[in-house]
Write a protein that binds this ligand. Structure first.
Ligand code: BYC
Length: 477
């Protein structure tokens, strides 16, 4: 196997697919079902557009992407694994030191399948959530970016479906079909994880989602990239290179909205949110409420703070910690403890538990460190405009539906609240119908003149692939 991708096959790949006719036929049977899903649930009304997209041509770190106009249904979705590392060993758990598995060990078949299905389910879900947003894009640049994100989420689904088909026999094929049958937000057949059933109704929500929720993707994929099941590790390694762009879209998207609002506030010397809204930009408290929502819903994606599932995944070498191989400890966690926090006597208090059981909490805490740095960068726009307001991350127990805090109401500052206090406070902390309606009112149509940007968002610093900002990133034909 080489780093380059074979585009001669119906399904582009670097796994020598042509040599396994049975697998190839199975995937070629799934392919039209995938296309059916894309037409039904992919970006609305986008079928005939030429979009300036990047496509992977190699999985090597340099030069893996080529940029060109592509109609999205013609995007070459395929199967790309990072090259194998010679003599790679399992780096954690009871199997530590043994050679990685190139086939699924029978005893770990069920948990591995579960991890792969859960990961796979999020990919089409996010495309479904973002389906309508192209109709209200703030610029051609942003439209191109959401389409890039969408086609790559589609490819990430392919990545997991390949693993299911190649390594899990009939069960895997059934799971691959089910991935195209569940629907985000569907009452009868919803997506597996909570955040992937929430609507993404507008572009502020989209940027928050790509900043917060795609970043959970990064941390989960990085943990799976440590897996002793080598095909999973290698596919996640390559997925991570694509994921970086999605978080860039989110961080710069929110940053540009914050910058625009701060500039308008400074220029007109106003701070009152209603006056800010009257000038056609999104007031900072509304941005804070969106932040509170997306952050808290994303923290739920890490699972319970204390989880026997997570301990089992780790002990067996299926899912590591973030940057496991670089961590300096025994990689077995026989003795270590970890503070997960809990509610005791009406307060949030620290609580030490065996680190092995607290792996979800640890991954979440690693994640929190990284999102805080992004929020700090957003605040610099407000600071530069000379305004006193600051965006903050709420307490990790705020508005939680999974884990220790799910049974409690916690304020953004981390105070344990009564039901009444929560009822009154949450209106100020979470987006209201009025907030959503206001944001929607700004995004009633799309801005498609090259180089033009909606009033509520600042232009980016540079274009895509060194193209100018007024480049025709999407041609509507
Ligand atoms: N919603 O022991 P627990 C991405 C379930 S995002 C609903 O606490 P565990 C992307 C759980 O399934 C990354 N249910 O948790 C981003 C279990 O159910 P069962 C996606 C939930 O198992 C943007 C029960 O509660 N990848 O890539 O340690 C765009 C007890 O579970 C939730 C992964 O997540 C929830 N939030 O960990 C596109 C990686 N949380 O079995 C893409 C793979 C928990 O009792 N998944 N439950 O019926 C995992 O590693 C684990 O499944 C989780 C949960 C971390 C999600």
């Amino acid at each position: 196997m080489t780093g380059s991708v074979n585009y001669g096959d119906r399904i582009p790949n670097n796994v020598d697919l042509g040599r396994d006719r049975v697998l190839q036929r199975a995937l070629e049977h799934w392919q039209p079902q995938y296309m059916g899903w894309w037409y039904d649930m992919g970006p609305a009304e986008s079928r005939g557009y030429d979009v300036y997209l990047r496509t992977a041509i190699s999985v090597e770190p340099e030069g893996w992407a080529v940029f060109d106009y592509v109609k999205m249904p013609d995007y070459r979705w395929g199967i790309f694994l990072a090259p194998p590392e010679a003599d790679r060993a399992i780096n954690f758990g009871v199997n530590k030191g043994r050679q990685v598995w190139s086939e699924v060990p029978g005893e770990y078949r069920s948990p591995l399948r579960r991890l792969i299905v859960t990961q796979g389910d999020t990919e089409p879900a996010s495309v479904e959530q973002q389906r309508m947003l192209g109709m209200s894009c703030p610029s051609l640049y942003d439209l191109r970016n959401i389409y890039q994100v969408n086609v790559e989420e589609g490819r990430h689904l392919w990545a997991m479906v390949y693993l299911l088909h190649r390594y899990f026999g009939r069960d895997g094929r059934e799971e691959a079909e089910a991935l195209l049958e569940r629907r985000s937000g569907d009452e009868d057949n919803p997506r597996i994880l909570g955040a992937f059933n929430e609507p993404t109704p507008d572009w502020l929500a989209f940027y928050m989602f790509t900043f917060f929720t795609d970043r959970d993707g990064k941390f989960q994929l990085a943990s799976l990239a440590e897996s002793g099941f080598d095909p999973l590790a290698r596919t996640c390694r390559f997925m991570l290179t694509e994921e970086a762009h999605h978080m860039f879209v989110g961080e710069t998207g929110v940053g540009r909205i914050v910058q625009r609002t701060a500039d308008v506030m400074a220029e007109h010397k106003i701070e009152n949110p209603d006056q800010v809204r009257d000038l056609g930009v999104i007031d900072l408290p509304t941005i804070q409420r969106y932040l509170n929502f997306h952050y808290s819903v994303t923290l739920d994606l890490f699972g319970s703070e204390v989880s026997s599932n997570a301990a089992t995944f780790f002990t067996n070498g299926l899912k590591g910690r973030y940057h496991e191989t670089a961590i300096q400890d025994d990689h077995v966690l026989a003795e270590a403890m970890y503070d997960v926090g809990d509610v005791a006597g009406g307060n949030v208090a620290s609580k030490d538990v065996p680190a092995l059981s607290a792996l979800n909490a640890r991954l979440r805490d690693d994640y929190i460190g990284e999102v805080q740095a992004g929020v700090d960068r957003w605040n610099r726009h407000i600071e530069h405009a000379g305004l006193p307001y600051r965006l903050t991350l709420p307490h990790k127990g705020f508005h939680r539906a999974i884990g220790y805090f799910a049974d409690h109401h916690i304020s953004p500052e981390g105070r344990v609240l009564t039901d009444d206090e929560w009822e009154r406070g949450s209106r100020a902390w979470l987006p209201s119908e009025r907030d959503y309606a206001f944001v929607q009112s700004l995004m009633s149509g799309r801005v498609v003149e090259p180089g033009k940007f909606a009033n509520w968002i600042a232009p980016p610093r540079t274009g895509i692939n060194r193209q100018p900002l007024d480049f025709q990133y999407v041609r509507f034909n």
